[in-house]
Write a protein that binds this ligand. Structure first.
Ligand code: F6P
Length: 324
């Protein structure tokens, strides 16, 4: 039997482009005569039954807005089966027959558990600035975050050059080095440090001294935050202790999660969300819609949540060649 009402929610860290995705979910569904309920604050709202109907006109003027009009959350309670049972009951009481989950792999794991225990069909849309979701080349928000970080790096470069300084700029990405490697290439960084690309302090110092000897007066090192935001300060201290070289630190932090989505992210979000609703209504669920090359693909959530998307080391190698 075809669905009459579906729910949509955003979960985990917000990402620019989530609003265009919500807009495309709602407008695609309504065009197929399916009602949409917005679940607020992700799994928190599912457990607390905080939901509201979304109409066509509620989607006006959100395509350009960062953040998520549905709010988001990281729910510890949803990790427990008893809370998932409460959530399933709430979904049933709202007449919700299927879900669209916009988030990262942690959010998809929650959706899978809900399906396994309560048979609520779900289709996932990858939305995270980290670009660390298996099965898709790109995630909503990544491009905007890279561009936001890049603007900051360009500004840092001006002052680094004026003062002949070394800067360590720390970008987000939890365990993922995707923002770091792309910003590193686009920003002409001398070193890019990620979980996949660990470089010893000795090596960094050696490279810095060599570049100074070649006539370079300023240097930018990009480091991914790893699991420890602020680790750039430790690195600066270690470089100073080893070599006496003074490195300034700039932790870019949460500004990378905000701002108006780029055209790329708006288009990606619109395409993924439209396909997600079509898949769900056609009975193809427990999948994530991803993009591989230029094609949209449906990837089983089992794969998405059990496999790792690793970084692209070739980008890091390229940055090194080009930053001489
Ligand atoms: O997953 C997105 C992300 O911004 C990561 O890059 C970062 O490690 C994490 O979220 C920060 O999360 P929070 O805002 O909850 O501190």
């Amino acid at each position: 039997m075809s669905m009459k009402r579906i729910g949509v929610y955003t979960s985990g860290g917000d990402a620019p482009g989530m609003n265009p995705a919500i807009r495309a979910v709602v407008r695609t569904a309504i065009s197929k005569k399916v009602e949409v309920i917005g679940i607020l604050h992700g799994y928190v709202g599912m457990i607390e039954n905080v939901m509201k109907p979304l109409q066509m006109r509620d989607m006006a003027n959100i395509i350009q807005r960062g953040g998520t009009i549905l709010k988001t959350g990281r729910s510890m309670e949803f990790l427990k089966p008893e809370y998932r049972a409460v959530a399933a009951k709430n979904l049933q009481s709202q007449g919700i027959e299927g879900l669209i989950c916009i988030g990262g792999d942690g959010s998809f794991k929650g959706a899978q558990a809900l399906y396994a225990e309560h048979k609520v069909p779900v289709v996932g849309i990858p939305g995270t600035i980290d670009n660390d979701v298996y099965g898709t080349d790109d995630t909503i928000g990544f491009d905007t975050a890279v561009n936001t970080a890049l603007q900051a790096i360009d500004k840092i470069r001006d002052t680094a050059d004026s003062h002949d300084r070394i800067f360590i700029a720390e970008v987000m990405g939890r365990n993922s080095g995707w923002i770091a490697s792309q910003v590193g290439i686009a920003g002409g960084a001398e070193e890019i440090l990620t979980a996949d690309n660990v470089i010893t302090v000795d090596k960094i110092v050696e490279n810095l001294k060599a570049s100074r000897a070649r006539g370079k007066t300023s240097s930018i090192i990009i480091t991914a935050e790893g699991q420890k935001p602020g680790r750039a300060y430790d690195l600066a201290e270690a470089i100073r202790k080893k070599s006496g070289l003074d490195a300034k630190v700039c932790v870019l932090g949460h500004q990378q999660r905000g701002g108006s989505p780029t055209a790329h992210d708006r288009i990606l979000a619109s395409r993924l969300a439209n396909a997600a609703v079509e898949g769900l209504l056609a009975g193809r669920h427990n999948t994530m819609i991803g993009v591989q090359g230029d094609k949209l693909v449906e990837v089983p959530l089992d794969l998405v949540t059990t496999r790792e998307r690793t970084g692209d080391k070739s980008l890091i190698n390229l940055a090194r060649v080009l930053s001489v």
